[in-house]
Design a protein around this ligand. Structure first.
Ligand SMILES: Nc1ncnc2c1ncn2[C@@H]1O[C@H](COP(=O)(O)OP(=O)(O)OP(=O)(O)O)[C@@H](O)[C@H]1O
Length: 265
């Protein structure tokens, strides 16, 4: 794409979203647009509504008001598996792999879920190209026959990403993919995100500022269920409102979520 090309069209459009849990408004008039092909990071203090937003997009939580359009199709009111089949995939903060199944069996199951039962019954056994490609991209080919329960924490996170890729999503929503990872694992995950973002739209919830500085392009900051601001890492870190909402808070990483010295250049 050249510099003069028009902006990519929106793949995800969230408009006027409101989510209420037992009288508590967790998301309060949230608007968010993610263009096709973007790698977007979502940050915000604990309770800002990041996971709730993902839950609504993926059909787990029903909003009190608002629209969620995926390539122009309304997602609100659709069931979770339908949304997966439309091309929206997510990871959770907690792992969802089957520990006793092998790595390849987990990825195969995820791929089969996307097909739905009638098509699944017609598919012959064996590792499909989609499954093999998902293993390859996440660097898990050599571990394909290992029980998932034997994987390291980082490998497990990559397995979840492989399971997502096997569902052939257009939009991937990743909830804190590097939480608990070693430095090496974070770096590999960052490279993996950039690689995946070459042919997918990716939204990443992540607190870790060092990780953001290395891999984020556009960052959206949520606070109290709304978008506080949006921009590149330097713009967001320099924004006094962002400093204020993070004041005294620490991110999931080993440094303040928004460091006071504007060292981003
Ligand atoms: N099922 C629920 N029932 C009641 N309140 C909920 C529920 N889910 C989330 N909340 C509340 O909604 C608000 C937003 O929560 P959410 O988990 O979306 O925040 P978050 O930005 O993802 O935070 P964190 O960084 O801590 O994961 C919080 O105050 C939370 O306590």
């Amino acid at each position: 794409m050249t510099g003069t090309a028009p902006a990519a069209r929106p793949l995800l459009e969230v408009r006027g979203l409101r989510v209420v849990f037992d009288g508590f408004t967790a998301v309060d008039g949230l608007d968010l647009t993610v263009a096709e092909g973007e790698l977007r990071f979502l940050i915000g203090p604990n309770g800002a509504g990041k996971t709730t937003l993902i839950d609504v997009v993926t059909g787990l939580t029903r909003p009190a008001a608002g629209q969620v359009l995926f390539d122009g199709t309304e997602l609100v009111g659709r069931r979770e598996h339908r949304i997966v089949r439309l091309g929206v995939g997510r990871t959770f903060q907690t792992s969802v792999v089957f520990e006793r199944l092998s790595v390849v069996e987990n990825v195969d199951l995820a791929a089969a879920f996307r097909l739905g039962l009638p098509r699944l019954l017609r598919v012959r056994r064996g590792v499909s190209g989609t499954v093999a490609e998902a293993l390859e991209r996440t660097g898990l080919t050599a571990l394909a026959d290992r029980p998932a329960g034997e994987l390291s924490h980082g490998q497990r996170q990559w397995l979840e990403i492989a399971m997502l890729l096997a569902q052939r999503p257009r939009l991937l929503l990743l909830d804190e993919p590097v939480a608990g990872m070693s430095r090496d694992e974070r770096e590999r995950t960052g490279e993996l995100l950039l690689e995946i973002a070459r042919d997918h739209t990716v939204v990443v919830v992540e607190h870790d500022m060092a990780f953001l500085r290395s891999y984020a392009r556009t960052v959206t900051v949520l606070h109290e269920g709304r978008v506080l601001t949006e921009g590149d890492v330097a713009q967001v870190q320099a924004d006094p409102r962002v400093r204020e909402v993070y004041l005294g808070r620490r991110g999931a990483g080993d440094e303040p979520a928004v460091p006071a010295g504007g060292e981003v250049g």
